[in-house]
Design a protein around this ligand. Structure first.
Ligand SMILES: Cc1cc2nc3c(=O)[nH]c(=O)nc-3n(C[C@H](O)[C@H](O)[C@H](O)COP(=O)(O)OP(=O)(O)OC[C@H]3O[C@@H](n4cnc5c(N)ncnc54)[C@H](O)[C@@H]3O)c2cc1C
Length: 427
């Protein structure tokens, strides 16, 4: 395993990353920077006069992802409303300039098991249902997020198939006479309703929520919930609060055309052509990990250094980042990329420790970056405007907030540039 400086051990460190989205790409690319002696792309610039301690290592990074490309998940509400944006939202890994490097490989497949004691993982290549392949590694990063259902997230694994999936959904929604109903007033439901109405202003879009406040399961100030409702109404989305869907019945309307009648538990009923459920809980994709690193819901019980629990064999070689970790705060892509950067820094640090065996335990520890508690914060796009909340800034909302949190493409360019997926050029 190898330092370029010492040249005693020419074999590169082998790093395996499960999941090639925000957190996994951040871990891989920041590690790539550090191992080349560069400043990590997602780290803060060093203060004036501060010295960047660089140590180069030969490293070979493999990312395994079920999809054939980077899917900008945050953009889903727009990708499932606008066919132009559908195209933009998924970029095949082969077409991402920032990933083209001889020591960075992306494999399409599903990670199936990880054995921390042996440092061996297995994965099933795409299209192969019976023949798992083994991958040996020196460091492992779990970055495979949560399993989310359709139509919150497209289920296709290839871009070509995804364009059909999203296109069919958009055409069905836009052909609607009676309207589209989105059930669930959490962040996803709010954004889906608002984007659909923004792109197709002629459509009758209704958001129904069973509680008397939107975002009712989030620990956020009431003002965020109230402003979200206000902005939705301003965007001309019909909002039905305190409406719990009881059942949906297929009927023929007065013209003899098939549609749906929705019945609510309060006795209200209405017609619609399409009903989108944005209520189901997403679950961690961690079934490939040993049970004893997981909590009862399947989240990885990380230490603040993002390493697996101390008692795991080779815990200092195993990291977890992004949505699948048990940590405070609302699951957000900013946090996922930040964790990826911390994991990269800490892996690089662990590589250095292997080189300098003489460093005492406490000194080693202090060089690791550790996560602080993350308070609840949110940025929510509601049509042309956005609502945001973080503890220092309080609640802000409006078109400027939209611009700074999401730009004009629901955050695609912000994430793309932050991870420098275009190579060194910022687009
Ligand atoms: C509709 C929607 C809107 C959102 N809006 C916002 C927002 O406005 N702002 C914000 O900050 N956050 C938002 N989020 C949350 C944000 O998308 C997540 O916090 C973020 O995607 C987490 O990144 P991740 O890398 O941890 O996981 P993910 O983005 O879920 O990526 C996981 C990757 O792992 C792959 N994978 C899964 N299982 C395996 C396996 N077994 N083997 C190999 N690969 C696997 C998947 O294909 C995927 O590419 C939104 C989420 C949704 C669903």
């Amino acid at each position: 395993m190898g330092s370029l400086a010492g040249l005693q051990t020419p074999e590169p460190f082998r790093v395996l990353v499960a999941g090639g989205s925000y957190s996994g790409l951040s871990a891989a690319l920041n590690l790539q920077d550090l191992c080349r002696g560069l400043l990590p792309r997602c780290g803060a610039a060093p203060a004036e006069g501060e010295h960047h301690e660089s140590t180069e290592f030969a490293v070979d990074i493999t990312i395994v992802d079920e999809r054939d490309g980077f899917y900008h998940l945050i953009g889903s509400p727009l990708a499932l409303a606008s066919e132009t944006f559908t195209e933009k939202c998924w970029v095949k890994y082969d077409n991402i300039p920032g990933l083209q490097s001889p020591n960075l490989h992306v494999l399409q497949g599903s990670v199936k098991s990880v054995d921390p004691a042996r440092k061996v993982a297995t994965y099933l290549p795409y299209g192969n249902t019976a023949d798992p392949q083994e991958i040996q590694y020196d460091y492992f990063v779990a970055a495979s997020g949560l399993r989310r259902v359709w139509p919150v997230v497209p289920q296709s694994l290839r871009r070509k198939q995804y364009l059909f999936e999203a296109g069919d959904h958009i055409r069905a929604a836009t052909a609607s006479r009676h309207g589209v109903v989105i059930v669930g007033g959490g962040a996803v439901g709010i954004e889906m309703a608002a984007e659909l109405k923004l792109v197709h202003s002629h459509l009758n879009v209704t958001l129904v929520h069973s509680r008397d406040k939107l975002l009712s399961s989030e620990v956020l100030p009431d003002e965020v919930k109230y402003r979200s409702l206000e902005l939705l109404r301003e965007a001309e989305v019909n909002v039905l609060m305190s409406h719990r869907l009881d059942r949906t019945e297929e009927i023929k309307d007065d013209r003899g055309i098939r549609c749906l009648r929705l019945h609510f538990t309060n006795g209200h009923s209405m017609l619609a052509d399409q009903v989108t459920l944005a209520v189901s809980r997403s679950v961690p994709t961690t079934s490939y990990l040993p049970n004893d690193v997981l909590d009862e819901e399947g989240y990885v019980r990380i230490q603040a250094s993002l390493e697996f629990p101390k008692e795991t064999p080779n815990s200092t070689a195993h990291f977890a980042v992004g949505d699948l970790v048990r940590w405070s705060g609302i699951k957000r892509c900013g946090a996922a990329m930040h964790m990826g950067y911390y994991a990269a820094h800490n892996i690089h640090q662990r590589m250095r420790e292997l080189q300098t065996q003489t460093v005492v335990e406490e000194e080693k520890k202090s060089k690791l970056l550790e996560l602080d508690e993350i308070p609840p914060m949110i940025g929510l796009a509601v049509g042309k405007k956005a609502v945001a909340y973080w503890p220092e800034g309080g609640v802000t909302y409006g078109e400027e907030v939209m611009k700074s949190f999401f730009g004009d493409d629901l955050g695609f360019s912000i994430c793309w540039n932050h991870l420098r997926l275009g190579g060194n050029k910022v687009e």
